[in-house]
Structure formats: C-alpha cells, structure tokens
Design a binder for this molecule. Structure first.
Ligand SMILES: *Cc1c(COP(=O)(O)O)cnc(C)c1O
Length: 494
C-alpha cells in the first residue's frame, strides 16, 4: 500500500515513510492510494476476536511493510496489559431500542484519543527504524484538550522521541489542563499559548513549514513530526473501532449480518468521523454518517451548503475538544469524493488565503447523500446530559451529549429508524463542571474534590487515571505568545 499527498505532488510513499513524515511536503495530507475491501466473511471472522486482534486484522492491509507479529505486539502493548479499564477496550452499550453507544474513553487519559495515541508511538518508532532514520523525532502537538494528554501519555519515555504540546490558555477544561501540566516523563514538554485552538494549530503548522528551523534542528540531531490527526498513524487505528463496533452489534444481536447502521459522531478536526467514512468505504454496512457540532458549526453549514467559511465568531463551549473552525481532515474526505488532487489543492489554497471555499453542486449533492449534520449550543448540551441521565440512567460528557442531541433532531426531522451507533468520546469525569451544572447541582466542590462530588451524584466511580491526579506536582507553567512558539522548541531541543 502506498500513500500520496491529498494535494498531489505525485510522490508515492510507503506506510512507514508516511507515518514518519506526518505531513506531505506540499502541505497536503498523506493518504492511502486505495482502501482494502472488507468482506462479510472477514467481519464474521473478527466476531470471535479480542480488540487487539481485530485492530491488527483491520490495520495490516494498510501497513504492508509491517509483519502481523510486529503489529500484534504493538496492539498488545497499546490495548492490552490493563491499560484500558475494561476488557472490551471499546465497548458498545445499548442505550435504548435502536441506539447504541460506542464508548471510546476507557483508556489512560479518559478520552477517545487514546485509541490512536496508544498505537501511534509504536507505529512511529518502528517506521523510523525501517527508514534507517538516525535522528531523534520531536513530536509537536497542538491540542484542544484531549490530544495533548493522549499524546503525552503515549509518547512519555519512548526511546528516541521528544514531545512538546501546545494548548490554548483558558481554552481547555480545568481537569484537562491539570492532566497535562502534571505529565510525568523525561522527554515531555507542555506550554500554554495566548490564543485559541486555531492559533495553536496554526502556530504548529507554521513550525512544520519553517525550513530554517528544520535545518537548525537537523544540526542538533532532531526532526519534527506530528501526532495530530493529520498523521495517517492517527486515523488508521480509528478505523478499527468502527469495524469492531459492528462485530459487537452482530454479537449482541442488535443487527443481522449486512444490516445497515447509522453512525453519529461528535466532530472537531473531522478525524473520527473520517475513520467511520473509510470503514464504510471498506465495506462496513454504515448508512448515514451524522456529523454533530457545537456552536462552532462550520461543518454543519459546509455539509448542507457546500460552502466552507471559517470567517465567523469563535465560541468557547462546554465541549472544548470540538471548538475548531478549520477541520484539517476534511481535506481527506474531499479527495475521497472527488479524486481530484489539483482541485483539493485549489480549495485549500483558497481556505488559506480567504478562509473560505465553495465546492461544486455535484459534490454538495454527494456530501448530502453520505452525511447528515447538525449542531447544538451549550444550553441544549446540558439539557441533553440531564435528559439522557433521567431517561436511561446513562451519564454522558458534553461532547457525547452534542451527538445525542443532534441524533434526536435528525430522527425527528427525517423519521429515519435505522439503528444508530453514537460515538462517546470522553468520560463525563473529564468535564465535571459542565456535567454537574447539567444535573442541577449549584454548589460545586473545589479542585479535584469535584470528581468525588460527581461520583456521589451519579453513583459512578471516578476513573483511576483522574483520581490519581491528586497530589501530583505541577511541572509546566509556561505560556507563550502565539508568534513565539518557536522559542519553546529551541529551548527543549538543545
Ligand atoms: C478530539 C475530540 C473530539 C473531536 O474529534 P475529531 O476527530 O477531531 O473530530 C470530540 N470529542 C472529544 C472528547 C475529543 O477529545
């Protein structure tokens, strides 16, 4: 399997080259030339497997240079050994007749990023090995909250790697910030940025594009790579859980072989829902892909009108991991639907120059066939948390609540009764403040005591990785101007 840029500089890379490099040299995203088909027989075979085995089976055809033994060891290291707090790793819970929740937050940082970021370091270090790379890799991450912690936890003390995470000051939840600034490990750095997530992401993209910096770092024995979902090594492990979820739905008798399910995904950078789209293209019987946004509803508008326009107010919401105006992975979808790299490059150029582009009517039509979309504000998010708790005794975080809200609206508008998998992306304990508000608790406990308070109110245990934050030292306190992020890199890589 070979990989090429979405913008088409024509270079073909192997999987290990694509993963080691992170981003194409022309600024595009490295994307497989084709998607390997999954047959019904294959899905049947996966039904009896564990999660790590399923992940290997799904990933192997994309990674022809890696042996099954190698991938098996990676999957075991990523998902085995008690790293996840339930044996299914990514369990599917029935919520009501026709609604199932895919819980992706049972890993070490309590958000879905763990599903990919526990795997990526293994793929990346092996990729460096395969390419005879002698330099150390420095992972630069811009995070809206969960990626940063997920990447830190995945890469901490991994040989020949360093990792530096930038997060928007005041743009992440108190628990998210605490998770990052207390990160342990000898190869990690964390820094706040004065600005919002897009400022941090733009800043990191600028660092990657800085030829002078690259040369300077090469002289010091380092090169830069990415753990953001622009890296194929992030998207690929995410395809596995959609395949796995379908197997679980079959095993639970929720669907019959071949029966269609819809998927509803709380969306930010478009990585998670893109993986669902790829799973569908490969043969998982997925119908509508329902893209759920918060008040930053640039994707809702795009999927309905074909106009992408980031020139709009940026809102800080209760679901900060979705506070994004430029969804990087949309570029991969545009390529998949048009197969026209020059056209994708043109749209991305317009986006860069004006913050806006408009696709053809034909493509808009295709988008509307594949995707439904909707959004909700913070008040609706809270109301949904309360409703799901009251009606089903099921506690959800604000990101997941956005998805439930949008699904209910979609069902009301369309009457579509297709069984639906709602993707749950974070533990409610990562967002205690908003969740307690939603449950009508006015007097909130201070600091980490809020975890115990939510536990008392809900009767659910505090996840061990969050309970363990108590008493940890604050190691990182720096805050950089958005045009001074380069100083952090140079300071860390001496
Ligand atoms: C990252 C994240 C999202 C958004 O996922 P994308 O792949 O960026 O669309 C949604 N919810 C939570 C909790 C997240 O951490």
């Amino acid at each position: 399997m070979y990989y090429m840029s979405t913008r088409g500089d024509g270079r073909r890379l192997t999987a290990s080259q694509a993963i080691a490099q992170g981003l194409a040299l022309d600024g595009g995203l490295l994307t497989p030339e084709a998607l390997p088909p999954l047959t019904a027989d294959f899905l049947d075979k996966l039904r009896g497997m564990t999660y790590p085995q399923r992940a290997v089976a799904v990933m192997a055809p994309f990674l022809s240079e890696f042996s099954e033994e190698e991938l098996g060891a990676f999957a075991q290291a990523a998902y085995g050994g008690g790293k996840f707090d339930c044996p299914e790793v990514a369990p599917v819970r029935p919520v009501d007749e026709g609604t199932y929740c895919l819980e992706l937050w049972h890993g070490p940082t309590c958000a879905f990023k763990d599903m990919a970021l526990q795997m990526l370091p293994h793929l990346l270090t092996a990729s460096l090995e395969k390419n005879g790379e002698r330099k150390q890799v420095c992972i630069l991450v811009a995070t809206s909250g969960d990626t940063g912690k997920g990447a830190l936890e995945g890469f901490k003390d991994v040989d020949r790697t360093k990792i530096l995470v930038f997060y928007p000051q005041n743009g992440v939840s108190a628990i998210q910030e605490l998770q990052m600034v207390t990160q342990e490990g000898g190869n990690v750095g964390v820094c706040a940025v004065k600005g919002n997530f897009d400022d941090a992401q733009t800043g990191v993209k600028r660092l990657f594009a800085d030829e002078g910096l690259r040369e300077q770092l090469a002289g010091r024995g380092y090169f830069l790579s990415s753990a953001n979902s622009i890296n194929w090594g992030r998207v690929l492990p995410q395809i596995a859980y959609y395949v796995s979820a379908y197997c679980d739905l079959l095993n639970q008798g929720a669907v019959q072989s071949g029966q269609t399910v819809n998927v509803c995904v709380p969306t930010g950078n478009f990585g998670n829902i893109l993986a669902a789209y790829y799973a569908k293209c490969m043969g998982v019987p997925i119908g509508k892909l329902i893209c759920a946004s918060n008040a930053n509803n640039v994707l809702t508008d795009f999927l309905r009108t074909g106009i992408y326009d980031k020139n709009r107010p940026f809102y800080q919401t209760l679901s900060p991991s979705m506070d994004i105006l430029v969804s990087s992975n949309l570029e991969r979808l545009l390529l998949a639907l048009t197969e026209d790299r020059a056209q994708v490059a043109e749209w991305m150029g317009e986006l860069n120059a004006t913050g806006r582009y408009q696709v053809s009517d034909r493509l808009t039509q295709k988008l509307r066939e594949e995707f439904a979309s909707g959004f909700c504000d913070d008040a609706q998010t809270k109301a949904q948390i309360a409703k799901t708790w009251k009606e089903h005794g099921y506690l959800i975080d604000p990101h997941t609540a956005v998805a439930f809200h949008v699904l209910e609206e979609y069902r009301r508008e369309t009457g579509d009764k297709t069984p639906t998998l709602v993707v749950s992306t974070a533990s409610p304990f990562k967002f205690c403040d908003g969740v307690l508000d939603a449950l009508g608790v006015a007097e909130k406990a201070q600091g980490l005591d809020i975890l115990d308070q939510l536990s008392q109110v809900s009767g659910r245990p505090v996840p061990a990785p969050l309970a363990g934050l108590r008493g940890k030292a604050h190691r990182f306190t720096q805050c950089a101007e958005k045009d001074k992020m380069v100083d952090q890199v140079l300071e860390m890589l001496i």
